[in-house]
Design a protein around this ligand. Structure first.
Ligand code: GLU
Length: 446
């Protein structure tokens, strides 16, 4: 059996780290198994779905390296859902109901006051043809409910183990609204059957839904696929992410400058037994993915861990990989430059600052109390500068001025780079070059 999964985001907002974790687990599982990953745009909610958000989903997935083998829009497949609905109507599993929201709310309150579970009482099933005709003559349009069998629906969940949902404790779900619009529940099952989806991998907020949907699979004469319901993401403080999701969109992470591999590595490894470190590639992450590694606890989205993974990727990046990106930022100052500065990067864009230190103009920083050391250093600066210069030169300055340790190195670093931190001076002094170094030591912007 070839594994075929689907990621079915709704284009009603930007993808955030919570949605994309679900998508990523689908992608990793499919690719690890040599299977297929289907992108299915769940635009059944025509009012809230937009083409702009749909485009955003594609941009985000592409940026993260999550390619798809098939792509569908559910809004283009309504005839299929209609046909399935007719079949369910014919077998009496889909029935019209006419209650307004207010009527339903009222009944629910009464049930609660009597200590009864607030589930739909199926009054509509008892309507005679005349009563229905009378309601329609009043101008009422029906919504359509799926008649649940009311049983313990069981499955072996790849992420949660044995699961049971008692559909007797649920209201018959509405599949079609009174304006004729399909809610997500039926289209999802129809497409999963039509596209021969083998595994439905989604968040644990869908567990109850799965009970009803398994009954719909059966009512349509199909075997339900395998299921995996993954835990929802929490923040570093252990609280749910929902309130902060706006600031955790993939778009925002991209704009902040995170590496896509850092985002997928973090999302692939939180809540698992794997160490929080970068994968070599998204394909390598897929090769080692397994549901067995997913802990039965919440996965913690922690920007600090993401930052560490991001930095580790940059610190280990070789020049060949960095070169086109350096060139793009007009910061390709050669391999020695990249090797010297990469360990100081938090984000790739930080290279611009270091390129300025090495190849551009900076204002030296010289405090009054450091002036003597800096002046001595300028006098002692050798004609030719190479990788050995720094140690011989600073030794000479030390002998002449008596300055040592931080009192020696920090004034020189600040004069030469304008900063109090940065790469190893021995490797960047030759990159700065003698002419610029001499000027900076003389206090000139160079
Ligand atoms: N659009 C639904 C969601 O994002 C899809 C759920 C599913 O995967 O079946 O929650």
């Amino acid at each position: 059996m070839t594994v075929k999964v689907r990621f079915a985001p709704s284009p009603t907002g930007r993808l955030h780290v919570g949605n994309i974790r679900t998508g990523l687990i689908n992608w990793l599982y499919a690719n690890g198994q040599g299977g297929q990953f289907v992108l299915r745009i769940d635009d059944t909610d025509l009012e809230r779905s937009t083409k702009e958000y749909e485009q955003g989903i594609e941009t985000d997935l592409t940026w993260l390296g999550m390619g798809w083998s098939e792509r569908h829009n559910q809004s283009a497949r309504f005839p299929l859902y209609q046909e399935a609905a007719e079949r369910l109507k014919a077998t009496g599993r889909l029935y019209p109901a006419y209650e307004t929201q207010e009527e339903l709310d009222r009944r629910r309150k009464v049930q609660l006051s009597r200590g009864q579970p607030p589930i739909y009482d199926r009054a509509a099933l008892k309507l005679t043809a005349e009563e229905r005709a009378a309601l329609e003559a009043e101008g009422r349009r029906p919504h359509w409910r799926f008649r649940l069998e009311g049983k313990r629906v069981k499955w072996e969940d790849l992420a949660r183990g044995h699961c049971e949902v008692d559909t007797a404790s649920m209201s018959d779900p509405v599949l079609i609204r009174e304006d004729g619009l399909f809610l997500y529940t039926l289209p999802s099952v129809v497409d999963d059957i039509d596209m021969a989806i083998t595994h439905i991998i989604r968040g644990e907020d869908h567990v109850t839904n799965t009970g009803a949907q398994i009954e719909i699979f059966e009512a349509l004469g199909a075997a339900a696929p395998a299921f995996a319901h993954t835990t929802l993401l929490v923040g570093a403080d252990g609280e749910g992410l929902s309130k902060r999701l706006g600031s955790l969109s993939i778009m925002e992470l991209r704009e902040k400058g995170y590496e896509p591999l850092a985002v997928v590595s973090h999302l692939a490894r939180i809540g698992t037994s794997d160490p929080l470190e970068p994968g070599a590639s998204i394909e390598a992450l897929a090769a080692t993915f397994s549901f067995d590694k997913l802990a039965h606890r919440a996965a913690r989205w922690d920007p600090e861990d993401l930052g560490k993974i991001n930095a580790a990727i940059l610190h280990g990046m070789d020049y060949a990989a960095a070169q086109p990106r350096l060139a793009n930022l007009s910061a390709d100052l050669g391999e020695a430059f990249w090797t010297a500065i990469r360990a100081n990067l938090s984000f790739f864009g930080d290279v611009s600052g270091w390129a300025r230190v090495v190849g551009g103009a900076i204002a030296p920083v010289v405090a009054d109390e450091d002036r003597a050391v800096v002046e001595a250093a300028r006098d002692l600066l050798p004609e030719a500068i190479d990788a050995q210069t720094w140690s011989a030169w600073t030794n000479a300055v030390k002998e002449k001025t008596g300055a040592k340790g931080r009192g020696l190195f920090m004034p020189l670093r600040k004069a030469l780079t304008g900063l109090d931190h940065g790469p190893d001076m021995a490797s960047i002094l030759p990159l700065i070059g003698r002419e610029k170094a001499a000027k900076r030591l003389a206090g000139e912007t160079a």
